[in-house]
Design a protein around this ligand. Structure first.
Ligand SMILES: [Zn+2]
Length: 67
Protein backbone atom coordinates (compact mmCIF):
# COMPACT_ATOMS: atom_id res chain seq x y z
CA UNK A 1 0.00 0.00 0.00
CA UNK A 2 2.90 2.34 0.76
CA UNK A 3 4.93 3.29 -2.29
CA UNK A 4 8.71 3.29 -2.21
CA UNK A 5 10.84 6.07 -3.63
CA UNK A 6 8.51 8.96 -2.90
CA UNK A 7 9.37 12.21 -1.15
CA UNK A 8 9.56 12.02 2.63
CA UNK A 9 6.09 13.08 3.84
CA UNK A 10 7.75 15.04 6.65
CA UNK A 11 9.11 17.40 3.99
CA UNK A 12 5.75 17.97 2.30
CA UNK A 13 3.28 20.70 3.06
CA UNK A 14 -0.39 20.08 3.91
CA UNK A 15 -1.54 20.88 0.38
CA UNK A 16 0.79 18.29 -1.03
CA UNK A 17 -0.60 15.71 1.37
CA UNK A 18 -4.16 16.68 0.55
CA UNK A 19 -4.01 15.99 -3.19
CA UNK A 20 -4.16 19.72 -3.88
CA UNK A 21 -0.57 20.42 -4.86
CA UNK A 22 2.10 18.50 -6.72
CA UNK A 23 4.15 16.36 -4.36
CA UNK A 24 7.31 17.10 -6.31
CA UNK A 25 7.22 20.83 -7.08
CA UNK A 26 4.32 22.09 -4.89
CA UNK A 27 2.52 23.63 -7.87
CA UNK A 28 -1.25 23.60 -7.42
CA UNK A 29 -2.86 20.85 -9.44
CA UNK A 30 -5.24 21.64 -12.28
CA UNK A 31 -8.91 20.96 -11.88
CA UNK A 32 -8.92 18.79 -14.94
CA UNK A 33 -6.93 15.86 -13.74
CA UNK A 34 -4.25 14.99 -16.17
CA UNK A 35 -2.10 14.77 -13.16
CA UNK A 36 -0.64 11.47 -12.16
CA UNK A 37 -1.05 9.55 -8.95
CA UNK A 38 2.50 8.59 -8.05
CA UNK A 39 1.80 6.62 -4.93
CA UNK A 40 0.80 6.57 -1.31
CA UNK A 41 2.67 7.47 1.83
CA UNK A 42 1.85 7.18 5.48
CA UNK A 43 1.67 10.45 7.39
CA UNK A 44 1.19 11.36 11.02
CA UNK A 45 1.84 9.26 14.06
CA UNK A 46 -0.15 7.00 16.33
CA UNK A 47 -3.90 7.37 16.10
CA UNK A 48 -3.51 10.29 13.68
CA UNK A 49 -1.75 8.16 11.14
CA UNK A 50 -3.32 8.04 7.73
CA UNK A 51 -2.54 7.22 4.15
CA UNK A 52 -2.04 10.20 1.85
CA UNK A 53 -2.06 9.99 -1.93
CA UNK A 54 0.70 11.91 -3.66
CA UNK A 55 0.08 13.47 -7.08
CA UNK A 56 2.45 14.87 -9.65
CA UNK A 57 1.41 17.76 -11.87
CA UNK A 58 1.11 17.18 -15.60
CA UNK A 59 2.96 17.38 -17.79
CA UNK A 60 6.03 18.59 -15.94
CA UNK A 61 6.46 16.23 -13.01
CA UNK A 62 4.16 13.49 -14.27
CA UNK A 63 6.49 13.00 -17.22
CA UNK A 64 9.42 12.73 -14.86
CA UNK A 65 7.83 9.89 -12.92
CA UNK A 66 6.45 7.98 -15.90
CA UNK A 67 7.47 4.36 -15.78
ZN1 LIG B 1 5.05 19.23 -10.19
Amino acid sequence: MITDGLPDPATLNPLQLDEVACALCARLLEEIRQDRLIGRVEVGQGFRRRIAELWACAPTCAEAVRR
